[in-house]
Design a protein around this ligand. Structure first.
Ligand SMILES: C[S@@+](CC[C@H](N)C(=O)[O-])C[C@H]1O[C@@H](n2cnc3c(N)ncnc32)[C@H](O)[C@@H]1O
Ligand SMILES: Nc1nc2[nH]cc(C(=O)O)c2c(=O)[nH]1
Ligand code: SF4
Ligand SMILES: [Mg+2]
Length: 220
């Protein structure tokens, strides 16, 4: 295991995976520090605070010690740190289910193909929808089993945008797509009813951990 590459870590914790198609599984989380993308609703602004420098080996040991059925690298924006690619590959050398949560504004082509990448597509209410990285769609359509897309929706306008956006990129029926409400901003029942009424082939998620623990708690 390489010991030289260092990353800036916000927190490493053990929780119930609250999002994605892995929701419900116990999961070890590695939250890398720093993002700067500035999504208006971001629930993890604390990841902008200075993190702790750790080597890949230290991070992997801490994450594996939880003996969880999946390990997720998130942030902040994990792909902003050059060492994230080595971290993901090293985790894959030691664990069969490594997940990446990324904000969708950076290319994922250098991510180890053993990683299951959850790519956020930012809707207009995030304020950064213009920065979604278009090259990720071709890669995902080529190897859909490695990817899933997520869109967090704050309003009816976001929902309509999301519906057109996934159709425009030919994703429905080809890639796994998840829609979820911005916590505390959109009533989950409304999103459920819109999806059902439109016969939309997407999965709906609620952030499980915010119902299990205090929604403002860190480290869950
Ligand atoms: C905090 S981000 C970190 C990883 C990466 N930067 C990204 O945006 O995917 C993890 C996930 O939390 C979601 N998220 C952030 N704030 C949220 C909120 N208030 N309600 C619902 N989901 C939220 C993001 O959309 C993203 O899917
Ligand atoms: N329990 C739990 N599940 C999560 N899935 C993705 C998360 C994230 O912040 O990226 C997250 C998180 O912060 N907590
Ligand atoms: S990209 Fe992710 S971490 Fe960065 S501001 Fe947006 S939701 Fe928060
Ligand atoms: Mg979170």
């Amino acid at each position: 295991m390489s010991t030289e590459t260092t990353l800036c870590v916000s927190e490493i914790f053990h929780s119930i995976q609250g999002e994605s198609s892995f929701a419900g599984w116990p999961c070890a989380f590695v939250r890398l520090a720093g993002c700067g993308h500035g999504c208006r609703y971001c629930d993890t602004a604390y990841a902008e605070e200075a993190g702790t420098a750790m080597t890949v080996e230290q991070i992997v040991r801490r994450a594996l010690a939880f003996e969880a059925p999946c390990v997720e690298v998130t942030g902040g924006e994990p792909l902003l740190q050059p060492g994230a690619f080595e971290l993901l590959s090293t985790l894959c050398d030691h664990h069969p289910a490594v997940l990446l949560e990324t904000g969708g504004f950076l290319p994922v082509e250098r991510v180890d193909p053993r990683v299951h990448a959850i790519i956020d597509i930012k809707a207009p209410s995030s304020g950064v929808a213009a920065e979604n990285c278009a090259t990720n769609f071709a890669l995902a359509l080529d190897t859909p089993e490695r990817f899933e897309f997520k869109i967090v929706v704050a309003s009816r306008e976001d929902y309509e945008w999301a519906k057109s956006y996934i159709a425009g990129h030919d994703l429905p029926g080809k890639c796994s797509i998840i829609f979820g409400p911005v916590f505390g901003h959109l009533e989950p029942r409304l999103l459920a009813e819109w999806i059902l009424r439109d016969r939309l082939p997407v999965r709906m998620q609620l952030q499980l951990h915010k119902y299990i623990w205090n929604p403002d708690a860190r480290g869950v």
